[in-house]
Design a protein around this ligand. Structure first.
Ligand code: UD1
Length: 416
């Protein structure tokens, strides 16, 4: 298993090109199943997760050709609406096949994802909504067996859910009648899915109140070319790293609108940020100020940047709190940050952090994608050397993270 050996970094300087969004491309890939056709996705990040999704699509009968960052997905031969436990357990987003399977085959056998590294992550909203649309669903042997013609329905999610919104939109594209999703997720990745499905010929509208209305259509286009939107979480990770290590970094190919709250929080922390079109420049000279942060659904602060923000706050002037309201037990990084000397006290879903002037390198362990990113950032700042094991987690969500940081002046070595 690979690990990172990270030496202390004085500051980060230079330019970094941000890749396509993992959380946008995964549902786009499964959306290709809905209609037999050839779909070309540009700006796809080469990650463990996008490769796992390609593997799953191939199992379903698709042909996936990868040329640099372009995936050409031919779904004409898809014939097996089945997603096995082996794949779903390694990547929960595999569950995004459920809606497309029901849409194209009127049946699906998909493994339940089980829990994740930081706790339970239910899929009850997906199941309840599909049942309301007419699916007959049985749970047996750890699998969801679903079948039946789908009909439009009014779906109300108790909580805004990215995955459930995406799955139900995909299920509704060819359902009979009109489906209205209330309390639908507002995340840019969902709007990107809607845009792709519209290019496929679906009839989908986002209402002023945020609800999504899908009128089922019979026929869809079998050729679409789409550019994946920039990864706001990768961009936010590089911005927070620059705020922690100091320096002057220009991020290219970003969508600054998707990062408004992160930008504002970093300005509060003392960063100087300049934005033009698809470029963000961040400069940081002084030690960061302590800034309280609470995660929230979009446009709130993303839970996927909570761990990175906490790393930054461990070296801020003063003390603050970091609260996660989306995943109230997503805190496995705390014990690892403490190994670097951080002072953090967790009270339910609120972490109380007392900022220190320095962290001291140690051996730590990755526990999930974003927790690993927080350790890389903290490791670059720490004195001496930090070793991070189990970095396969980080490879799920960041393309060449060490190469990108090293180009900015970091010293991160990958060893087997
Ligand atoms: C997606 C992202 C993940 C991000 C999360 C929140 C992908 C591939 N993953 O995950 O990186 O951290 O959004 O922004 O895009 N819930 C239920 N029942 C359900 C579904 C969700 O109770 O059936 C709850 C969850 O436990 C959580 C909240 O709803 O508290 C939001 O979760 P959700 O938006 O569904 O997360 P994912 O789509 O799994």
């Amino acid at each position: 298993m690979d690990k990172f050996i990270i030496k202390s970094t004085n500051s980060l300087n230079g330019q970094v090109i941000i890749g396509g969004a993992k959380n946008a491309v995964l549902p786009l890939m499964t959306a290709c199943i809905i209609n037999p056709g050839i779909y070309k996705l540009n700006n796809v990040p080469i990650l463990r997760d996008t490769l796992t999704m390609a593997k799953l699509l191939k199992m379903v009968g698709a042909d996936v050709k990868i040329n640099k960052n372009t995936f050409t997905i031919n779904t004409e031969g898809c014939n097996s609406p089945y997603a096995p436990y082996d794949l779903v357990k390694t990547m929960r987003a595999s569950f995004y096949v459920l809606g497309p399977f029901m849409s194209r085959f009127k049946k699906a056998q998909v493994s339940l994802p089980g829990g994740c590294a930081w706790g339970p992550r239910p899929v009850d909203f997906h199941i309840k909504a599909l049942k309301k649309m007419g699916a007959k669903i049985e749970l047996s042997g750890g699998y969801i067996n679903s079948e039946g013609e789908l009909y439009g329905a009014d779906i109300v999610f108790d909580k805004s859910s990215v995955g459930a919104t995406g799955n139900i939109i995909m299920a509704a594209v060819k359902a009979k009648g009109i489906t209205k999703i209330l309390n639908a997720a507002m995340e840019p990745e969902i709007d990107s899915l809607i845009e792709f499905l519209q290019m496929m010929g679906s009839d989908i509208k986002r209402e002023n109140d945020g609800s999504v209305v899908i009128t089922g259509v019979k026929k869809l286009n079998n050729r679409v070319t789409y550019d994946v939107i920039p990864d706001r979480i990768e961009a936010g990770t590089f911005m927070i790293a620059t705020a922690m290590c100091g320096g002057d970094v220009t991020l290219k190919k970003v969508n600054p609108n998707h990062l408004s709250i992160v930008t504002n929080k970093l300005i509060e922390a003392g960063a100087d940020i300049n934005i033009s079109n698809d470029i963000i420049n961040i400069k940081m000279i002084n030690r960061p100020n302590s800034v309280d942060m609470t995660t929230a659904i979009y446009p709130g602060f993303p839970t996927d940047l909570q761990a990175q923000w906490m790393a930054l706050m461990t070296v801020a002037r003063g003390s603050c709190t970091v609260t996660d309201t989306i995943y109230t037990d997503r805190f496995t990084h705390i014990a690892e940050l403490e190994r670097l000397g951080a002072k953090i006290h967790l009270d339910n879903n609120v972490a109380h952090i007392s900022g220190l002037k320095k962290l001291i390198g140690a051996e730590v362990m990755s526990t999930d994608i974003r927790a690993s990113a927080s350790l890389v950032i903290a490791g670059m700042f720490s004195t001496n050397e930090t070793q991070i094991s189990r970095i396969y987690h980080i490879d799920r969500g960041y393309e060449n993270i060490e190469k990108k940081f090293n180009k900015l002046g970091a010293q991160i070595k990958r060893v087997s």
